[in-house]
Design a protein around this ligand. Structure first.
Ligand code: FE2
Length: 345
């Protein structure tokens, strides 16, 4: 009896290890090529955890989303990319629009990712949430002056608004939602009025806007929540003082809630290893994957029941907009025109 059992064990072992050793020089079944627009140390832990769990090796190319888009276009059918990770549904839309993604629907993904945070045809899946809110100087502005996005156009805020460029994807996506909800004409008037409230020409990223409010250069700024949280939880007390000098408003579009966007993933159109790419996206929806994805970025986990990363527990409860995020891509070129016409460079 002992010999057949041992034999069975050997057969099982060799079945697991496959017929041939993996070839590291080609896009073999054991390697996943990730093109990522993220740049966080915690992503190393994420990849290592996936490698350990699946035995699939992860190779990563990290650069900006526009750069990845150009690279994939140039590589064409020979692209080694299996998967793209990028922030903002508007950025994911650009890959889809360029024909660089494919349907990667899976039962698990469709079950755990709410419909509004994914492409209905499975071309991209949102995995972590970010919200765009107003950071303001509570000594100069009252909460009811900034409880709606449209408040940024109020003449009472003349010379008080700091905000980044209109070509920035976060602003384009917010504008996409405004156009969807209020119409292009109202959105244009809003953009004109916000431009006349600028404290300075658009410059810098979201963190620079928070710093400008704290420095008194302006009293309101539009920023993604995680920039504020990273300043508020910084190891340096000088940095924390910047966040402490500001208050947060979770604005709404009328009664529609606060603008939500996502970091997400899309399987590449010519993925050499589509199965591994889907397995990786599914891994990102597990509690472990969600934790590694959000622990450093301070985004909100998208899958229900996953604990918040440190620092987010201090934010108040707020109502999320229920917008289907494919709208942000569909409205992107209109949003670009609105900013262009308003001189919001
Ligand atoms: Fe960002």
């Amino acid at each position: 009896m002992r010999i057949p059992a041992l034999f069975a064990a050997i057969v099982a072992l060799s079945a697991c290890s496959g017929d041939a050793p993996p070839d590291e020089t080609s896009a073999d079944a054991g390697v996943l090529n990730v093109y990522s627009a993220r740049h966080y140390d915690s992503d190393r832990l994420l990849y290592a955890a996936f490698e350990e769990e699946t035995g699939i090796r992860v190779r990563v190319r990290e650069t900006s989303a526009p750069q990845l888009l150009e690279t994939m276009k140039a590589e064409g059918e020979r692209s080694p990319a299996d998967l793209v990770i990028a922030s903002d549904a508007g950025a994911l839309y650009r890959f889809q629009e360029a024909g660089l993604t494919q349907d990667s629907s899976s039962e698990r993904l469709n079950e755990v990712i709410p419909e509004r945070f994914r492409d209905p045809d499975g071309h991209w899946y949102g995995l972590a949430k970010r919200i765009r809110l107003i950071a303001y100087d509570p000594e100069r502005v009252s909460p009811d002056q900034v409880d709606e996005y449209t408040d940024l156009a109020d003449p009472a805020l003349e010379g008080e608004v700091c905000i980044r460029s209109g070509s920035n994807i976060y602003n384009l996506s917010l504008m996409g939602e405004l156009i969807e909800r209020a119409g292009a004409e109202a959105a244009s008037s809003w953009a004109d009025a916000v431009v006349s409230n600028f404290a300075r020409a658009p410059q810098g990223g979201d963190t620079a806007q928070i710093e400008a409010v704290a420095a008194g250069e302006c009293s309101v700024a539009l920023v993604n929540h995680y920039y504020w949280v990273r300043v508020a939880t910084n190891a340096s007390s000088d940095r924390r003082a910047i966040a402490e000098a500001t208050a947060l408003s979770f604005p709404s579009f009328g009664d529609a809630g606060t603008h939500v966007n996502v970091t997400g993933a899309a399987v590449a159109a010519n993925a050499p290893n589509k199965e591994a790419a889907i397995a990786f996206i599914e891994f990102l929806t597990t509690p472990e994957g969600q934790r590694f994805l959000t622990m450093e970025t301070k985004e909100f986990p998208l899958v229900e029941g996953v604990p918040l990363p440190e620092g987010l527990e201090t934010l108040p409860a707020f109502e999320e907009s229920d917008l289907q995020l494919t709208v942000l891509g569909a409205r992107q070129s209109e949003a670009q025109s609105v900013f262009l016409n308003a001189g919001w460079d």
